[in-house]
Design a protein around this ligand. Structure first.
Ligand code: F6P
Length: 322
């Protein structure tokens, strides 16, 4: 290939910049021109773009967010929108596209490729870690680290005041951020959408073990939890223990920002490098991911099938350690 395009799309995640950098530097190494489009598919539809040289991606590997910016595009969800975007790419002489994003972004990448014969490769960029075909998505580990740090801070004040805190973490309908954060922060309880959460079970635990031995605690609640968010869960538990002081903290977008940790910088660099080589070798409609430490390729239509399989071992760990 002589010329490729890149976009970052959907919710940003720490490490997206490192991935862009790896793609641009690998392209430059192979004499391939790169055009970056701002604001994801929105920017592509408006041809809001710039040519990226290896020097344009200096000093970004450590920065959170995405310097290409991102968005969720309604127009690109339509076939007409995707056809317009493909004409823009073809007129610019762009022979292939790399999309860094989550499931919605990769669904769009698959469709533009099928409908308009544009080669695409997807890079998993989302804090939710809910894509099939990779052990980890870019940004997930950093988001978990950020959440752990916040929960550690909350624990100091929770124990000083003998309070029970319900901390809500992101993840859309996946509980993977909640699970790892809860294990690492030593949470007394973790509620995730993948397992039938039972408030009664939590209440029973609080009435027995917890009431006897502890005076403060942290319950992590995934935002997609079927019992409702942290406020809802806290309300239900408070009814059983009117005398206890309970507080709710929703961590929110703090989990999406911040500099990527070492793991995410290396993961993003490997995935970006692999994505450019894959596209140049003629691979198409695949997401590049990591499994057992090796780069692997999964057809996009499979990768976007919601996946947040929870290892039974981790559930056992939670049960034993909380
Ligand atoms: O998919 C990433 C994510 O941060 C989810 O965890 C969360 O549900 C959603 O995006 C929030 O999206 P927005 O920033 O558009 O409110």
């Amino acid at each position: 290939m002589k010329h490729i395009g890149i976009i970052t799309s959907g919710g940003d995640s720490p490490g997206m910049n490192a991935c862009i950098r790896a793609i641009v530097r690998t392209a430059s190494f192979n004499d391939i021109k790169v055009t970056g489009f701002y604001r994801g598919y929105e920017g592509l539809l408006e041809n809001d773009s710039l040519v990226l040289t290896r020097y344009d991606v200096r000093n970004i590997i450590h920065r959170g967010g995405t310097f290409l910016k991102t968005s969720r595009s309604e127009e690109f969800r339509t076939q007409a929108g995707r056809s317009k975007a493909s004409k823009i790419l073809k007129n610019m002489g762009i022979e292939g596209l790399i999309v860094i994003g989550g499931d919605g972004s990769l669904i769009g990448a698959n469709l533009i490729s099928i409908e308009n014969d544009i080669p695409v490769i997807g890079c998993p960029g989302t804090i939710d870690n809910d894509l099939f075909g990779t052990d980890f998505t870019i940004g997930y580990h950093t988001a978990v680290d950020t959440a752990i740090e916040a929960v550690d801070n909350i624990r100091d004040t929770a124990s000083s005041h003998n309070r029970l805190f319900f901390v809500e973490v992101m993840g859309r309908d996946a509980g993977l951020i909640a699970l790892r954060t809860g294990i690492a922060a030593g949470a007394e309880g973790i509620l995730i959408p993948e397992t039938p959460s039972d408030i009664n079970r939590l209440v029973k635990y609080l009435k027995t073990d917890f009431k006897k031995k502890r005076r403060s605690g942290i319950i992590i609640v995934a935002e997609g939890e079927s019992e409702g968010g942290a406020f809802e869960v806290a309300k239900k538990v408070q009814r059983e223990f009117p005398e206890w002081e309970m507080k709710v903290t929703v961590l929110g977008h703090i989990q999406r920002g911040g500099k990527p940790n070492g793991f995410d910088r290396i993961l993003a660099s490997r995935i970006g490098h692999g994505a450019l080589l894959a596209l140049n070798k003629g691979r198409n409609r695949e997401m590049i991911g990591i499994s057992g430490g090796e780069l692997i390729y999964t057809p996009l239509e499979k990768a976007v099938k919601h996946n947040s399989t929870i290892s039974p071992y981790l559930l056992e760990l939670v049960e034993a350690l909380s």
